[in-house]
Ligand binder design. Structure first.
Ligand code: PLP
Length: 821
């Protein structure tokens, strides 16, 4: 839907100069997501970690002409033909505009909140109701202060039902979201400990969440959850309660029995006095609870549709991850198993574009028919063709009758097949090479067969790296620093074992200022993959000058010998002003100049023009240990003095940095111009900070389970005997993968199905054995060696070492798999 820019200005109460009236239809908040500049209205949002005003100039050059800003920067004056709508708070303006938009529609709108399950309930409802309604819903988990407005903005006259989720992490946030969603029906899934930091109590959090339902006519919840029931009772909301319960036979939806079978669950209940029997293809409690919310909702909204008991049997699991995996012939595969609808296609294509830093990779989309869209096929595939063109996809492979029928809409390199089978048998299938392939299909098309065949086969032990967690941790530290403090992200040692390239790309995307690697070759590899931000090399070798200069890598210079060599080499090559970083040894006694060398460095640098000193820095020896604080403070003093002397002798200001991760946590006052973030990025806090997220999970699977009679031994050297009849699982990870052999014979544990189990016997080179006698486990089950449920810190403590060593010891043969949530 379109709005004229004058109308928008009026709605959000903006101050404006002269306006050139145009219409806009797209709300843009992230400059990287730009698609149609003429129709976009950019909101320059200020967040804890970034400021949208910085990107106005860039967007103006990309032809965006409409901006909502909170300050008029001097450079905006030059953008004569642009409209600037000035408001006090750009986020509030975004919310105001979208609440206005919401008020134009008089359709049932479901608002979902709670700690867990919001997205799943939303997607289940969509699956169950899309034949009865034309539904608009939040894409993925767009449930934040920004995500909710963007979700609601999608509403148009054709929709007959809205389903939106709302999540909060602070008091007062729900108050802002309520008028935007203005739900007529509310669902509260459950209340747990998540996002508790900013609330006084769980009750406060729950009451706050309930304000979403201020104007709802009905609320759906689990009546057996006494806590939620109490909160709702004391909330003074006037509404109809649609409670489901296993205990109260008077409840609108009374659950008589829940019977779990091997792969499905049978639920018997009474609704409106009628007995019903539903089968669902899940057996876990969370899914059962989610389905109950949906049944209660449907009972209220469209009772006729619950009579179809078979619908629940075909519910499909909701998987919201985008997996990136290595494929055959140098391809990269992005698997999106989330429902294939046009919004999620949009998001997946953005993700694909952001991964395409290596320009040699051609971008290919494998797309199935889009089911359940509620739009006529012709206009749907026209839209898809449009989107694919805009997002610069090079080639599309369409699979399915519908998409094939509209193949003429697509004007890029294209091929179409009726079925997945036809495609797999085709010549095309055998010819993928150097491509970044997005695989996106409705579940019915079984695209997992395509990805299985295209995936590079490896050993079943993988290190799974959560890139969103890396971003979270990066922002966590950034929020602790002054906005002007620059951050160097340490991706040395193959990104602390997590893989430097994917990490570097993600960090570059989130605008980290600098990367640092250990040796020049690591930096060159990053450049080859398209990393363009500055890179510091911490241990440059004299033999690596070529690699250094060719890849614009900035060396740490720690001695006169290296300084002179740099000067000589730059002059010989005719290079001027090549940036270097001076390292001062203030007590670590590793590499570095002595503090007294500063005047001499200044003298030598001033005499030449080959190099310039970009920064001066030092490294702390004990920033994580309070017992060493006296020593650390001395290091600060020595550094301060040395840096001042260097500036004095160079007659110029030089950026300073000394803090590593633990330093940022414990001495924020010493952040200076820049900090060097290492282990914290990877989710490990030196001082026990709670706000970080786990990044890496080392996991594998059970290959075999053996029944071992009491009295037998397990493994090499017969080091472990069992004293009862036991079940022993064999897993394909050994010391050659980086599983330290000291974990043998009960020294270490793994987690299987949420339970800890001891390692039994000596760890072998490629395998080890686990005692699973006490738990429910079968062949093929997942095994976690470390991760969220078993923190790296626990492993390192057992070995009397540090997390750094555990992380960097994982062998290169363990495949790294990256995902975003
Ligand atoms: C590795 C390293 C860092 C990062 O240290 P963390 O403890 O991982 O944050 C910072 N500075 C230098 C010089 C380093 O070598």
């Amino acid at each position: 839907m379109e709005y004229s820019i004058r109308e928008v200005a009026r709605i959000i109460d903006a101050k404006t100069e002269e306006i050139t009236d145009t219409s806009i239809s797209i709300l843009l908040i992230d400059s990287r997501r730009l698609t149609l500049p003429e129709q976009s209205l950019f909101f320059a949002l200020k967040t804890k970690t970034n400021d949208g005003h910085k990107y106005v100039d860039e967007l103006y050059h990309l032809k965006v002409r409409n901006f909502v800003v909170s300050e008029l920067l001097p450079e905006f004056n030059l953008m004569k033909d642009a409209n600037f709508l000035v408001v006090k708070d750009t986020l509030k303006a975004l919310q105001k505009l979208t609440s206005f938009h919401r008020k134009r529609f008089d359709i049932p709108v479901i608002g979902i909140t709670g700690s867990n399950g919001k997205t799943i309930v939303k997607e289940f409802l969509y699956q169950l109701l899309h034949k009865d309604f034309n539904i608009v819903r939040s894409p993925r988990s767009y449930n934040s202060q920004i995500g909710v407005p963007l979700s609601v903005w999608q509403m148009n006259e054709k929709h007959t039902l809205g389903i939106f989720e709302a999540g909060i992490s602070q008091p007062d946030e729900m108050e802002c979201l309520q008028p935007i969603i203005a739900p007529t029906i509310g669902i509260i899934t459950n209340i747990g400990e998540a996002h508790q930091e900013n609330f006084l109590s769980t009750t406060q959090k729950c009451m706050e969440k309930l304000t979403l339902f201020n104007e709802a006519e009905a609320i759906i919840y689990d009546g057996d959850n006494g806590f939620i029931a109490n909160c709702i009772e004391s909330s003074c909301l006037s509404h109809k309660a649609i409670v489901w319960s296993r205990k109260d036979s008077e409840a609108p939806l009374f659950v008589e029995s829940i019977e779990k079978k091997e792969t499905e669950t049978v639920i018997k209940c009474t609704m409106l006095g009628l007995s019903k029997r539903f089968v669902i293809p899940f057996t876990d409690d969370a899914s059962i609870e989610n389905v109950m919310h949906c049944l209660a909702l449907i009972l209220y909204l469209k009772p006729t549709s619950v009579s179809d008991e078979s619908k629940t049997a075909s519910l499909e699991p909701v998987d919201m991850r985008l997996d990136v995996k290595e494929g055959i012939n140098n391809c990269l595969l992005i698997n999106d198993t989330y429902n294939s609808d046009i919004n999620s296609l949009d998001i997946a294509l953005d993700f694909q574009a952001s991964r395409r830093v290596n320009k040699n990779l051609k971008s290919t989309l494998i797309l199935s028919d889009i089911l359940q869209s509620g739009t006529l096929p012709k206009s749907l595939y026209k839209k898809v063709a449009d989107m694919v063109r805009r997002k610069k996809v090079d080639r599309i492979i369409g699979i399915g009758r519908d998409i094939k029928e509209y193949e003429s809409e697509f004007d890029i390199q294209k091929e179409f097949f009726r079925t997945t089978d036809d495609f797999i048998k085709s010549v095309t299938f055998k010819s993928f090479k150097d491509e970044l392939i997005l695989i996106k299909g409705s579940r019915r098309f079984h695209f997992e067969r395509i990805s299985e065949l295209l995936e590079k086969k490896v050993h079943e032990t993988i290190l799974e790296v959560n890139l969103d967690a890396v971003v979270h941790n990066f922002n966590y530290y950034r929020s602790r620093l002054k906005p002007e403090t620059k951050i160097v992200c340490m991706v040395k040692a193959f990104g602390y074992g997590a893989g430097s390239y994917e990490l570097a790309k993600t960090l570059q995307e989130y605008r980290c200022d600098y990367l640092a690697v250990a040796v020049a070759d690591e930096g060159a590899a990053l450049r080859k993959e398209g990393i363009s931000i500055p890179i510091i090399v911490m241990n440059p070798e004299f033999s690596s000058f070529n690699v250094l200069f060719e890849n614009l890598l900035e060396p740490e210079v720690y001695s006169f010998r290296l300084l002179d060599a740099m000067i000589r080499e730059t002059e010989r090559r005719g290079i001027t002003s090549y940036p270097i970083h001076i390292k001062v040894d203030t007590g670590m006694h590793r590499l570095g100049f002595q503090p007294e060398d500063m005047a001499e460095i200044g003298r030598r640098v001033k005499e030449q023009s080959g190099v310039v000193v970009r920064t001066v820095f030092s490294h702390l020896a004990g920033s994580d240990d309070p017992c060493l604080d006296d020593f650390t403070n001395q290091q600060f003093l020595k550094f301060e003095k040395a840096a001042a002397e260097l500036e004095e002798s160079l007659q110029q200001k030089v950026m300073r940095h000394i803090l590593n991760s633990a330093g940022i946590e414990r001495f924020p006052g010493q952040q200076m111009d820049m900090v060097r973030l290492g282990i914290g990025l990877y989710g490990v806090s030196a001082s026990g900070q709670k706000g970080l997220r786990n990044v890496s999970t080392l996991r594998t699977i059970i290959l075999q389970i053996q029944q071992i009679p009491s009295g037998d031994s397990v493994g090499y050297g017969r080091m472990s005997f069992v004293n009862r009849d036991s079940r022993i699982a064999i897993i394909p990870i050994g010391y050659a993968d980086g599983l330290n052999r000291h974990f043998s014979n009960g020294g270490g544990e793994v987690v299987i199905n949420g339970k800890r189990c001891p390692i039994i016997g000596n760890i072998c080179m490629d395998a080890c054995m686990i005692d699973v006698t006490d738990i429910d486990a079968k062949e093929g089950d997942r095994v976690i060696v470390f991760g969220e449920e078993l923190p790296v810190g626990e492993l390192s403590e057992k070995l009397k070492t540090i997390s750094y060593e555990i992380l960097t010891s994982i062998s290169p043969r363990v495949k790294r798999v990256y995902f975003r949530e």
